[in-house]
Design a protein around this ligand. Structure first.
Ligand code: 48F
Length: 262
């Protein structure tokens, strides 16, 4: 049977349309498809929550592909090994409490795990603002990244979510947007983004988990964005904190969603 270009086009357009309309209203909208966002999405979707994940770039994966300084291996500490196992990521012990994994395998498995558990991933899309009602984040304002990159004057579209997670890494883009629109109101000591500190791996890994929490009504932070928001240090190419932070925010939001629907 001869292949018809119009059928190919129709198949893509209709399937994409189905996927998009199914995710216009969700329980959780995650911005950032790095390790923390993918892990958060996976655990939330696995417990039946409806999740949309927005990634600005063509590929999800954020800072994990390149390992440390493009040496494509990552280090993970013992406490995060159950998450590697959950996603089927193979690892080896280097010395006590230091395990390594191939960064390509690690991030590919995280992406596959998130997709298969039901997270609706939209790549090449940028969260350029939030939906606010009246002083609670209620969703995201989205546009194609290509529109942003070309500086085209094109109005965005919006999706609604009961909770939003900023998992945008060092950029902390969603918290930054809220800070600009509603100055001084973040749940941080100064009411503003505290800013990321220089490298201190041990402290950073612990603080990432502590800093994974709500920063503004309806808006949570996870991964490196949590440390940047609350003033924690960076940690380098050790990824246990990122994975555990994704798992923690999923747990916090599962509880919050359950108590909100009572
Ligand atoms: O930076 P990223 O990997 O965040 P993470 O999950 O992990 C941090 C580590 O990779 C590393 C580290 C670990 O030791 O410190 O840096 O906290 O992924 C963030 C993703 O968010 C996307 C960005 O393209 C990246 O893939 N992103 C950032 N801003 C936006 C966005 C936005 N406004 N809209 C959509 N995606």
């Amino acid at each position: 049977m001869e292949l018809d270009e119009v059928v190919i086009t129709k198949a893509i357009v209709e399937r994409f349309w189905e996927k998009l309309t199914a995710h216009l209203v969700t329980d959780v909208a995650i911005v950032g498809g790095g390790p923390s966002g993918l892990v958060a999405g996976h655990y939330l979707a696995k417990t039946g929550k409806k999740v949309i994940l927005i990634e600005r770039k063509l590929s999800c994966g954020g800072g994990m592909w390149g390992g440390g300084m493009l040496f494509n291996e990552i280090v993970v500490q013992k406490t995060a090994l159950p998450i590697l196992e959950e996603f089927g990521i193979r690892y080896r012990m280097f010395q006590e409490n230091y395990y390594t994994a191939d960064s390509i395998e690690a991030i590919s498995c995280l992406i596959a795990g998130a997709v298969k558990s039901g997270v609706g991933i939209f790549n090449c899309v940028t969260a350029e603002d939030v939906v606010m009602r009246p002083s609670r984040v209620m969703g995201l304002v989205l546009n194609w990244s290509a529109v942003e990159m070309a500086h085209l004057h094109v109005d965005p579209l919006a999706v609604r979510a009961r909770f939003v997670i900023d998992a945008t890494g060092h950029e902390t883009s969603v918290v930054r947007l809220v800070q600009n629109k509603v100055p001084g109101k973040l749940k941080t000591p100064s009411g503003k983004i505290e800013g990321e500190k220089s490298m201190w791996s041990d402290k950073a890994e612990t603080l990432t988990l502590k800093n994974t929490r709500e920063v503004f009504p309806g808006l949570y932070v996870a991964g490196m964005a949590a440390n940047a928001t609350f003033g924690g240090p960076r940690m380098g190419a050790i990824f246990g904190g990122m994975l555990l932070s994704g798992q923690k925010v999923a747990k916090l939001l599962s509880q919050a969603l359950t108590s909100r629907s009572k």
